[in-house]
Each structure stands twice: as C-alpha cells, then as structure tokens.
Design a protein around this ligand. Sequence first.
Ligand SMILES: Nc1ncnc2c1ncn2[C@@H]1O[C@H](COP(=O)(O)OP(=O)(O)O)[C@@H](O)[C@H]1O
Ligand SMILES: [Mg+2]
Length: 298
Amino acid sequence: MTNFVLPSYKEQSQEVKDRFDRIKERPVMLRVENLTKTFKAKNGPSVALNNVSFQTYRREFTSIIGPSGCGKSTMVRLLAGLESQDSGNIYINDKIITGPGIERGMVFQGYTLFPWLNVVENVMYGLLRKGETKTYAKNKATEWVRLIGLEQFEHSYPSQLSGGMKQRVAIARSLATHPEILLMDEPFGALDAQTRAKMQSYLLQIWKKVNISIVFITHDLDEAIYLSDRIIVLKANPGEIAEIIEVPVSRPRSPDQFLSPEFLATKKRLEELIHPRHEDKDDKLPLVKLTLVGDEVL
Ligand SMILES: Nc1ncnc2c1ncn2[C@@H]1O[C@H](COP(=O)(O)OP(=O)(O)O)[C@@H](O)[C@H]1O
Ligand SMILES: [Mg+2]
C-alpha cells in the first residue's frame, strides 16, 4: 500500500499541513486489516477485494474511489457488517466487528425512506428501534429535520419530496441515533448535477456540526476531492488499494477551489490512477466505411 503525497503538498498552505497533523493525532476510528472477499461466479471465483488495509481517524472524511466493479460496494457492505469477509478484520474503536452495530449509520444511493412514514416519522424510526421514548424520538427527529432545513416538510411523505430532499432525510435518519461512523455508498449518484452539488455542500455543513467519521463511496473525482481529507483509490480485478491520497485542498471548502492548482493536481493524479491513458484496442471502433443515404461518407 502506498501513501501518496502530491508534489504540490510540499508547498502547501500551513492550514493543510496542520490539518493532517491534527487528524493523525486523533484516535483511529476504523481499521481495516488484510480484508479479502471472494464471490463465487459462473466462471470461477471472483476476487472483489484482495488484502485491503487502511485506517481512518476520528472525524476524518475518507472517500473510496475506483472504477465500477473494483469492490467499493463490497467494502462498504463489509464495513456495515451486512456481509462477512473471507479473511482479514475490521476494527471500530479497536474492537473487531462481526455484524451491524449502532455505532455505524448507512446511506445508500437508492432512496430508502419508508414511504408510509412522513419525514419526522422516518427520522424517528431508528431512535424508536434504539429504545428511545416516543416523546424523546419526536423531539430529536424534529431537531434533525430543522437542521437539514426541511421543517416545512415535517409532515410530508417521501413521494412528495425531491430526490435531494429524500437524501437529506436519509442522512438525518442515519445521524439521529448518533453513530460514530457514517457509511455512504454513492449517496448522490442518482441526483442531477445541480442537486448533487448542493448535497455535497449540505453534507460538509452537517459533518462540521456533528462529531462523526465519514466513509464515502463515489466514482466522481470532483466529489471525492471536494469532500475528503483522504481518498483511498481502489483498482479493479482484484480490488486492491492503488494509492491513498491526502487531499491538499484547504478547508473550509468552496466550489471556487475546483479550479485551484491543488484541486487540479489531485484530479490529474486520480485520473492517471483510474483512467490510465494507454492505447487500448478495445476502445477503438473498427475502421469501416459508413455509407449513408445519398452516398455521403463520414
Ligand atoms: N453478491 C455478489 N455475487 C457475486 N459477485 C458479486 C456480488 N457482489 C459483488 N460481486 C462482484 O464483486 C466485484 C465488486 O463489486 P462491487 O463491490 O459491487 O463493485 P463497485 O461497487 O466498485 O462497482 C464485481 O466483480 C462484482 O461482480
Ligand atoms: Mg457500487
């Protein structure tokens, strides 16, 4: 496993250096050790993750990025305890996890709100399951709905909300029970570009207000850079860590930084890792003459 520090990091602002020093002084929240997961496929076993190790710190924002099929969802399902690995261990606060737990919250890409519950009731759901009283759950949920700016929609049902609003409620529902880690698997993947950008900014604002580590899966390079402290780059077949990048973009983040030299250098490095530019004969269409109506040749 390599730890890659972008060249421009050397000339980085003191803010960035100090931030990484501070992050690494914090307790390790999540430790993944030699994680391997194989699936049985028609034509033999398929190695989704091979010997993956990394750690994240308290309040760190970590993204996992990589091409389709490189094992991102498998990783997040293992972290959530929804599947079990072939070998390796996952530790949260130094304790091995063997299944789901209340210290982990999850937000998926698909809208997972209960359609028969209104916004407040959806947020109350986890709190009631945790054994909180109805009064406490209602007060807490109402607070969260306010925090995500949807107080006017408290009594609306999911079908009456936009995609972005539904994901805000899903985030509130996950955070209401005070998890220590929020696992997000391409949560904004189904949203249009404009809503997605808004959601990224909401997520950063919420993350600032709560004491939580986030593990965020995406295949969008800009999204990973804009949100993360560090980016874990996976490669496919088998899923392995290609590199871990410390994002040298200062915080607080703003969309103006998308064109900063640090942002662009990080993006270039991610592109090199994820979409290497080599002559691939499979990318080229066969050279055939196309004859169109009127014998016009393109
Ligand atoms: N339940 C499953 N059964 C068989 N193969 C699976 C299963 N889940 C994932 N895989 C395989 O594991 C690899 C990684 O999948 P996944 O974790 O979904 O990748 P990603 O989320 O990065 O696109 C792929 O080759 C996929 O086909
Ligand atoms: Mg996936």
